[in-house]
Design a protein around this ligand. Structure first.
Ligand code: SAH
Length: 261
């Protein structure tokens, strides 16, 4: 097979949020298979004239594999364009195994995940010194069950930042788990729908108590990231522990302290 398949992260929605490497691959692609349920066709705007472009929305894994293999027989560069980062809830391994079995080379190009895009849209940080230094990327069980030990209640017990994918229709489950883990009713919760999509982004700020009502009122029922974090709203806090990196009393590899602590 002359062709190689590149699994490229398209980013969260805004076509400008693809990496330069991903864009360059699109620009020389002979064929592009894009995940149309979450990736806007606009993401393929960097494709050259004559490029075969196919939406995978209505295809099975077998049909996608067959299409990719067929295109690899014709083109040197074949792109599978995925939403956000291909390594997060992207069925990557399912798609790469049949390619390996068929002797086709493949590589992955990372993308900006919707977790990062949602935080950026709301101008929030996911980590803060002395507040939380840990981010958990997770979901609640839908038709895909959660492996043992990964139920949201157990993860939420750490009181770290939680970026919850694929769960907006199960917001009541999220509330139940956070309550069971001891989160306060006033704990801030952020929901961002279609983060970074030009003209379509919605930012809902609420609390554990009212976030579901607010999302219902705003008709946010799909393509949304839920972020529960003790860092939310920090831009308006009166007191903040400073990061050592920029502290004038702190010496590190690139800078000597300019003040005494
Ligand atoms: N690989 C993707 C995630 C795919 S799973 C990534 O790294 O972002 C699909 C889920 O991702 C959706 O249910 C939603 O929770 C989230 N998602 C994807 N795009 C989004 C966006 N633009 N805004 C908010 N959430 C998004």
């Amino acid at each position: 097979m002359p062709g190689r398949v590149w699994f490229v992260g398209a980013g969260p929605g805004d076509p400008d949020l693809i990496t330069v490497k991903g864009r360059d691959l699109l620009a020389r692609a002979g064929a592009i298979l894009y995940a149309g349920s979450l990736v806007d066709r606009a993401a393929t705007r960097f494709a050259p004239p004559g490029c075969a472009i196919r939406d995978s929305k209505d295809m099975t894994l077998e049909e996608m594999t067959a299409w990719l293999l067929e295109q690899c027989g014709r083109h040197a560069t074949v792109v599978r364009l995925q939403t956000g980062d291909p390594g997060l809830y992207g069925a990557l391994t399912e798609m790469t195994r049949p390619l390996t079995a068929a002797g086709v080379a493949w590589q992955v190009v990372p993308g900006v995940s919707s977790a990062m895009a949602a935080a950026a849209a709301a101008a929030e940080t996911l980590t803060l010194p002395e507040v939380t230094q840990t981010v958990i990327l997770t979901r609640v069980a839908g038709r895909t069950p959660m492996p043992p030990g990964e139920d949201l209640e157990s993860l939420a017990a750490h009181k770290t930042t939680l970026c919850i994918f694929l769960s907006i229709t199960l917001l009541h489950e999220v509330q139940k788990a956070l309550r069971a883990a001891g989160w306060d009713e006033n704990a801030p919760i952020l929901v961002v729908q279609k983060a970074s999509w030009p003209g379509a982004e919605k930012i809902i700020r609420g609390t554990l108590a009212d976030i579901k009502k607010k999302c219902q009122a705003e008709k946010v029922g799909s393509q949304a990231m839920i972020i529960a974090s003790p860092t939310l709203g920090a831009a308006d806090w009166p007191d903040l522990a400073r990061s050592k990196l920029y502290d004038p009393t702190f010496t590190h590899r690139f800078r000597k302290a300019t003040a005494n602590g």
